[in-house]
Design a protein around this ligand. Structure first.
Ligand code: FES
Length: 163
C-alpha cells in the first residue's frame, strides 16, 4: 500500500523534475547529498553564533541563486558549546518543511505538523517524523579551525529521508 507521504514526495519530485529538468542533470537534482565527493566550503564562524544560537547555511553553495535556494541545500548549525556545534539538514523527514532550533524548548522543530528532533543527535522524538523508518535528520559534517571558521565538508544521510 502506498502511503500519503510517498505519494506527496513522488508528486513533488515529478513536478520539480519536470520544471527543472532543463536546468539540472536528473541525478544531481534528486540526490545532491549522494555525491561521492563534497567541496570543503566555509559556512560561517562559531564566534558569530551565540551559545545555543543557530545559523542557517547553504551547502554545497554554487553561486547560482536558483540552485542555492533549493531546500535540499539548506542546513542549520547550532552552537552547543565553546568550540562545538551540531549541524543538520533543515528538511523535515516527514513532508519536507524546513525545521529550525527552538532554544526555549531545546528542540529542533518543524512548523508544519509538529515534529520535534533532539539537538544532540537529530533524532525525531515527537510528531509524524518520529514514525518514519529513519528517524534522524541528516548531518552536515563540519570542521572548525583555530580561528573559529566553520567548514562544511560533507553530508551524512539522505536529505528528506533521514539516516
Ligand atoms: S513536514 Fe510534517 S512534521 Fe515536518
Amino acid at each position: 500500500m502506498v502511503d500519503r507521504r510517498s505519494v506527496l514526495k513522488s508528486l513533488f519530485i515529478a513536478s520539480g523534475v519536470a520544471a527543472l529538468a532543463p536546468l539540472f542533470p536528473l541525478g544531481k537534482f534528486l540526490t545532491p547529498e549522494a555525491q561521492s565527493s563534497y567541496p570543503r566550503q566555509k559556512v560561517g564562524n562559531i564566534n558569530n553564533i551565540p551559545i545555543l544560537g543557530q545559523l542557517f547555511v547553504t551547502y554545497p553553495r554554487t553561486g547560482d541563486p536558483t540552485k542555492d535556494g533549493d531546500p535540499f541545500r539548506q542546513f542549520l548549525i547550532i552552537r552547543t558549546g565553546e568550540n562545538e556545534v551540531k549541524a543538520y539538514s533543515r528538511v523535515c523527514i516527514h513532508l519536507w518543511c524546513l525545521v529550525d532550533f527552538k532554544k526555549e524548548r531545546d528542540l529542533i522543530e518543524c512548523p508544519c505538523h509538529g515534529s520535534q528532533y533532539r539537538k544532540e543527535d537529530g533524532y525525531a522524538v515527537a510528531g509524524p517524523a518520529a514514525k518514519q523508518p529513519n528517524r534522524y535528520l541528516p548531518i552536515l559534517k563540519v570542521e572548525i579551525d583555530d580561528e573559529g571558521n566553520i567548514y562544511a565538508i560533507g553530508i551524512e544521510g539522505e536529505i528528506g529521508y533521514g539516516r
